[in-house]
Design a protein around this ligand. Structure first.
Ligand code: NZQ
Ligand code: ZN
Length: 381
């Protein structure tokens, strides 16, 4: 196991009815900005619950944060927050609203062009405190300090991280996910699945706690994922999926182990160029990437085969390949396509994406370079 520092200050308020707790979680002497997306929270009752909880706070609203939040939209929130002297931000939505709110929190006090923050991980001295009410469990943004922001004009999608933008709290009420459309429910199975594999399917590092935890999260997603579609209002199903997603990317399973993240880096380009949902890109890239890197990932893939897919027979290579097939089939069974040709993506996508990642050195060995990215995407076509 490698040395590590683990820090996660996010207070979690989990369970049915927990949105009411925001009244006590946010100080009452500051102006609060409630940030949300395209309006789903007005249809499913979440907005009413939040407004009712904050009836004694001075609140202003900012709506319209889009999926894959853009710098252009978020800067409007920054301007409004500065003008209103906002002292606390409350994100109400999925990963996009949460990531966008983290950016706004850092950008409000930032001197200079705030695009520097995602683009070049610019140093930030402070951030406005923030909390979250999660309505779509997938990204883990509710319990980490990562954020992914797109620049519409520049056609860029960039991830950044800073401990100053950890939410102070996140409210997780599984019932608010009952209103999700199937496509978003599936994104909420595939994205955390791949968050785990990015931290688990690398090479052995004698980290049994992290491995067992990772395998447990994967088994939970496999067990409950399909049921989320057939039993839309099953609290047991939604609560387990929600907590699995938080644990997939809250730093715990990634502590002290090598990490990959190549699937995500390639996936972000597919979103920005062709508009695929974040999780859709992952379902396309992961199986091909694992097959391409099977030599170097064989040991962990064989362990994954046994511990998660119950594949006990065959050589390590046979188990490894069997586990990749089962993973791809799982994505397909729940209804997420795994081939680029199944989306409207240009034939030259492998070359175009690879050229945009020209100087990249991805993966746990930093050995996935431009030509490898092109080869992986050709396999995924
Ligand atoms: O905008 P509204 O109207 O709210 O609708 C949203 C949106 O259209 C809808 N939705 C959310 N909760 C709902 C609901 N509809 C009905 N009922 C509900 N309860 O769902 C749509 C998608 O929402 P979005 O927030 O975009 O989805 P997700 O949570 O998958 O977030 C994706 C973003 O997170 C980034 C991705 O790159 C992408 O930009 N990621 C963030 C990470 C992080 N911070 O750690 C890690 C991830 O790997 C990922 O990159
Ligand atoms: Zn992801």
């Amino acid at each position: 196991m490698n040395n590590f520092t683990y820090y996660n200050p996010v207070k979690i308020a989990f369970g049915s009815g927990s949105i009411a707790q925001v009244a006590d979680l946010i100080p009452s002497d500051v102006a609060v900005m409630i940030l949300y997306g395209g309006g789903s929270i007005k249809k499913n009752g979440v907005y009413d619950q939040v407004v009712s909880a904050l009836k004694n706070h001075r609140c202003v609203e900012f709506s319209g944060i889009e999926a894959n939040p853009t710098y252009e939209t978020l800067m409007q929130a920054v301007e409004k927050a500065r003008a209103e002297n906002i002292g606390y931000l409350l994100a109400v939505g999925g990963g996009s609203v949460l990531d966008g709110t983290k950016f706004v929190a850092a950008a409000i006090p930032y001197k200079g062009d705030a695009w520097d923050i995602p683009m070049s991980q610019a140093k930030i001295d402070s951030a406005v405190p923030l909390g979250a009410v999660l309505t779509l469990s997938a990204t883990g943004s509710e319990m980490n300090c990562f954020s992914v922001v797109s620049h519409k004009e520049k056609k860029l999608k960039k991830g950044w991280a800073n401990e100053k933008v950890y939410p102070q709290f996140s409210v997780l009420d599984p019932k608010v996910t009952y209103s999700l459309p199937d496509r978003q429910v599936l994104n909420g199975v595939v994205d955390p699945f791949v968050h785990v594999t990015e931290q688990y399917l690398t090479y052995p590092s004698q980290a049994m706690v992290q491995d067992n935890f990772s395998e447990g999260v994967l088994r939970t997603l496999i067990h409950y994922g399909p049921r989320a579609l057939s039993e839309k209002e099953n609290y047991e199903v939604r609560s387990n999926l929600m907590w699995a997603a938080s644990n997939a990317l809250n730093g715990l399973i990634g502590s002290g182990v090598p990490q990959d993240w190549a699937t995500h880096m390639i996936g972000h380009e597919l979103t920005v160029l062709y508009g695929l949902d974040h999780a859709q890109t992952l379902a396309v890239v992961l199986p091909s990437l694992l097959r391409y890197k099977v030599d170097k990932k064989e040991e962990k893939l064989a362990q994954f085969a046994e511990a998660v897919w119950n594949i006990k027979d065959g050589s390590p290579r046979e188990k490894a390949l069997g586990a990749i097939d089962r993973t791809e089939q799982f994505f397909r069974d729940v209804g997420v396509k795994t081939k680029l040709s199944e989306y409207s993506v240009a034939q030259d996508a492998p070359q175009v994406v690879a050229s945009r990642l020209d100087s990249a050195a991805l993966g746990e060995h930093r050995d996935i370079k431009r030509d490898d990215i092109e080869a992986i995407l050709k396999m995924a076509f």
